[in-house]
Design a protein around this ligand. Structure first.
Ligand SMILES: Cc1ncc(COP(=O)(O)O)c(C=O)c1O
Ligand SMILES: N[C@@H](CCCC[NH3+])C(=O)O
Length: 432
């Protein structure tokens, strides 16, 4: 969101103490830039909210939001936990030197090879999603004569108020064991019987980009209710309640997210009250924020090129990236705001559509944004693009994926190289 906190010097947007226009010129565009100090500050503010609660806690960054070697290294430095959802994310985390015992492995269809990789690398916890996975994991553990910590992912039957594609906790979700129909209890029985699986807790994630507090309140009540039920029936009390991620962020002035501190306060208040009422010892609380950690810290820089004015109808300003580096507007009708990074002090004179260079009419990055007069070569900065932008990037139209730069304390470092045309063909093989 455009806020007064955006820093500018000489009329240029400054990110992490570095002139973004110089970054665009040095590294080329499209370019993804992160303000690393902002990432650290967000992590620290989450931590501070938990510290006040008196709970043991773990902040497990959801790597799907943005997973690269450099990102895992920052997380390691900040002593965070992380969750991965694929062999690729796990490989990247391990390659970055991220401690295996601080990794949770998620996913609704983990392969045998992925589970083997998790066990071989002694990762912290496998978050089991379904019955087939219990069988597969059992097979892997038996073959390797190994054991591992597990949690059960539950579908609590809570519909979060967010885009349909971003809901994950409702009864008909593809993720997790359904609580209502008894699937979750059946899974519990199976796992408790298995001496190689050390069940440390239960997990639920109701969705992403959530603004309301109700869903999290219901979830906190539900998780303690389940804990109490299982305590009574099976003498099993989850040591960890993992309440997932989903804290919404502000992309435009229309968005009014509740601060993560409010979410954390509410979750801990409900869990404490309910656990005390039921005579349960206080569990550890884990959360899995992705978007709220990296979203506001990321910027996509583009060079403005051609434009098209349709008299009395609309004006398009075209940039040198688009749905290949940020699929969210096309996929979820996500809204963003933007500024012209080299004209921060210029008067806003026009309302335009920012369109990408991809061969799709739906490749519109921003449907309506106020900009100053622009010319080819100006640098457009799209704001709050740090989550699910680069991580969902593609090579559609055989466009190389952008480079990524980390900026902090006035210094910039290239942390992901721009793909080259040669990279694009490196997996292709001749047929004739
Ligand atoms: C299991 C799980 N945890 C955490 C997250 C992170 O969500 P967010 O980026 O909205 O915080 C997701 C994504 O929706 C998820 O599926
Ligand atoms: N990719 C989604 C959020 C993640 C959903 C994961 N369960 C988005 O960009 O909004």
């Amino acid at each position: 969101m455009i806020s007064s906190e955006l820093k500018s010097s000489n009329g240029h947007l400054v990110i992490g103490g570095v002139d973004s226009v110089e970054l665009a010129h040095e590294y080329g565009t499209p370019l993804v830039v992160y303000d690393v100090e902002q990432i650290r500050q967000t992590i620290n503010s989450f931590r501070a909210s938990f510290e006040q609660s008196g709970f043991k806690y773990e902040i497990s960054y959801a790597s799907k939001a943005f997973a690269t070697v450099a990102m895992y290294q920052v997380l390691k430095q900040e002593h965070l936990h992380t969750d991965v959802v694929s062999g690729g994310e796990l490989f990247t985390a391990l390659k970055a030197g991220f401690p295996a015992d601080k990794i949770s492995f998620h996913g609704n269809n983990k392969s045998l090879e992925e589970l083997e990789m998790a066990v071989d690398n002694h990762i912290g916890v496998v978050i089991i999603d379904n019955f087939y996975e219990i069988e597969l994991l059992e097979k892997v553990l038996n073959e390797k004569n190994a054991s591992i910590n597990v949690m059960l992912r539950l579908t609590p039957g809570i519909s979060a108020h967010t885009h349909k594609y971003d809901q994950t906790g409702q009864v008909d979700s593809k993720f997790g064991f359904d609580v209502e129909s008894g699937q979750a209890e059946k899974a519990l029985q199976l796992v408790l019987k298995n001496s190689n699986m050390n069940l440390i807790g239960i997990h639920a994630h109701i969705g992403s980009q959530i603004f309301g507090i109700e869903g999290f309140t219901m979830l906190a009540h539900k998780m303690v209710e389940i804990s109490n039920d299982w305590h009574q029936k099976y003498d099993f009390t989850p040591q960890v309640l993992n309440l997932g991620g989903g804290f919404g962020i502000s992309y435009t002035s229309e968005d009014e997210p509740i601060g993560a501190d409010v979410f954390i306060k509410q979750i801990t208040k409900v869990v404490k009250k309910d656990a005390q009422k039921d005579g349960l010892s206080l569990p550890e609380i884990w959360i899995e924020p992705g978007r709220s950690i990296v979203g506001p810290a990321g910027y996509n820089l583009y060079t403005i090129g051609s434009h098209k004015d349709i008299p009395n109808l609309k004006s398009y300003i075209n940039v040198d990236g688009g749905m290949g580096d940020n699929i969210r507007p096309a996929l979820y009708q996500a809204k963003y705001e933007a500024v012209v990074a080299n004209k921060m002090d210029a008067k806003l004179t026009q309302d335009v559509h920012v369109s990408g260079k991809y061969c799709e009419s739906g490749d519109i990055l921003i449907d309506s944004v106020q900009l100053p007069d622009v010319v080819p070569g100006d640098v457009l900065a799209m704001l709050d693009t740090g989550a699910y932008g680069y991580s969902m990037a593609s090579n559609y139209n055989r466009n190389p994926r952008p480079a990524v730069v980390f900026a902090e304390g006035g210094k910039a470092k290239l942390v992901v190289k721009r793909e080259s045309f040669e990279d694009l063909t490196k997996l292709d093989l001749d047929y004739l």
